[in-house]
Design a protein around this ligand. Structure first.
Ligand code: 0X9
Ligand code: ZN
Ligand code: ZN
Length: 304
């Protein structure tokens, strides 16, 4: 059966998602974002124990090779539904969760079949042989401004010909916009580096509620550090801690949808294994996310 001791392919993850929807029909609902370039359905799950609780949106595996992100997202879904721990129950009972475990479905499939290190989507470029766009540069928020995104279709950070040039990002933006009144927190799962990154990516200028976001970031990092693994996460703004990168999903949700809380989570490790995080680290990474998430949500609530 499905578990978290190895990485799974898209088909296995989807079959698992179906089994979860069937096992918890009263508190789950499957949703569809739309279709990928190659025609796959991009799916999500809503977990809700009531109506109109504050919502949290999680987008995962926008970068194909970052397999730990969907492994962690599926584990998190399973915990929300089956954990008996009080802190986890309160996350499940008090929030509406919208979770897309594998967003870049075509790229994810390609990373399993042909090229483990594939990052981008899979739409061919019309005038050369290069394929795909960096989904996290293709959002309509300061698109192609200030560097960190490329106009070269062969680059790993190719932003695309225009914002929303890819069916996947277009579909996600339409879906997220359609439910924008239902959620306050937007999270994007990535690897690797052990960072919790606030907006902005497109500029070193700090966002208006940066202090607030840093308090949340400190709570997240502190909770992870206090586990037996003592893993260290650094928190700060994307452009100041990591690098300048415009057109990302988190900046778009923060800027265009007026979300007050948006984070990019860069999971384990710090480069020893990088994108090839050994399966034995899936569960430790998941435990870290849960500790961090409980603290993140708690701090978000306290700060209002
Ligand atoms: O470059 C990225 O898209 C992310 N790093 S990764 O190594 N996973 O590719 C960082 C995204 C940072 N987020 C924002 N630009 N807001
Ligand atoms: Zn601008
Ligand atoms: Zn990434």
């Amino acid at each position: 059966g499905f578990g978290w001791k190895r990485y799974y392919e898209l088909e296995e993850i989807e079959a698992w998602l179906d089994s979860i929807l069937a096992a918890y029909p009263s508190v789950t609902e499957g949703f569809t974002i739309g279709k990928s370039f190659e025609g796959r359905t991009i799916r999500g799950i809503k977990i809700s124990h009531g109506t109109n609780k504050p919502g949290i949106f999680i987008e995962s595996n926008i970068h194909a090779r970052e397999w730990i992100t969907s492994a962690t997202a599926t584990w998190f879904i399973n915990e929300l539904l089956s954990s008996k721990q009080t802190a986890v129950r309160s996350l499940a009972d008090n929030y509406d969760w919208y979770i897309v475990p594998v967003f870049n479905v075509d790229g994810f499939e390609y990373s399993h079949r042909k090229d483990r290190m594939w990052r981008k989507t899979r739409q061919p470029h019309p005038t050369n042989n290069c394929i795909g766009v960096d989904g996290n540069r293709n959002f309509d928020s300061h698109f192609m401004e200030n560097g960190g995104a490329s106009d070269n279709p062969c680059s790993e950070t190719f932003a695309g010909a225009a914002p929303w040039s890819e069916p996947e990002t277009k579909a996600l933006s339409d879906y997220v916009t359609s439910i924008k009144d239902k959620f306050n927190v937007y999270l994007s799962f990535h690897s690797y580096g052990q960072w919790l990154l606030t907006p902005y990516g497109h500029t070193m200028v700090l966002p208006p509620n940066y202090d607030h976001l840093q308090d949340i970031g400190a709570a997240f990092a502190g909770a992870i550090k206090s586990l037996p693994y003592a893993t260290e996460y650094v928190h700060g703004s994307t452009a100041t801690v990591l690098y300048v990168a415009s057109g990302s999903s988190v900046d778009w949700a923060y800027n265009e949808l007026d979300k007050k809380v948006g984070f990019t989570i860069e999971y384990r490790d710090k480069g020893r294994f990088g994108f090839l995080l050994p399966p034995a680290q899936i569960l430790p990474n998941c435990e870290e996310l849960m500790a961090g998430m409980i603290a993140l949500i708690d701090k978000t609530k306290q700060l209002g």
